[in-house]
Design a protein. Structure first.
Length: 152
């Protein structure tokens, strides 16, 4: 019995040593955004304000991802840094007929408005980008005067 237990413990130690550090996971740099590449043109049907908001959230999320705070807190900070872009997107949406009407969310089916969906999109994308940057141990975009470059 003692020999079996010893063998089991040695096997567990060997398996745990595979990663180099206990609990360490491999990163996948292939998922990182290359901020040195020119920005792609906005997709058909995507407003310039929506694209600018997404670029802002991605840049701030990647820049703040190394923070020791939990991903949700970092994502909230990244999203908050882009309130100007979110406001522009919301203003653009308000020019559309019926923009202030409640309808069902295409994601959850819950009653919502366009402005609420924009806010949710910004926050969930920020969380995705923080986790993506951490999982890939990705480099942040270049910054100037404490602000990621390319944010309008």
């Amino acid at each position: 019995m003692r020999a079996q237990l010893t063998g089991l413990c040695l096997t567990a130690l060997e398996l745990g040593a595979c990663s180099g550090q206990p609990g360490a996971m491999a990163s996948n740099s292939n998922i990182c955004v290359d901020f040195k590449q020119p920005k792609a043109a906005a997709l058909p049907g995507v407003s310039a304000d929506a694209a600018a908001g997404d670029d802002c959230v991605r840049s701030w999320a990647y820049s703040l991802a190394p923070s020791p705070d939990d991903a949700g807190t970092v994502a909230e900070a990244a999203s908050a840094a882009c309130n100007t872009q979110l406001s522009r997107w919301n203003q653009q949406a308000l020019t559309q007929p019926g923009a202030d009407e409640r309808s069902a969310s295409l994601i959850t089916g819950e009653p919502t408005t366009a402005l609420a969906e924009h806010n949710t999109f910004s926050r969930t994308r920020a969380l995705f980008y923080v986790v993506q940057a951490r999982a890939g141990t990705c480099s942040p975009p270049p910054a100037k005067d404490g602000v990621p470059e390319g944010i309008a």
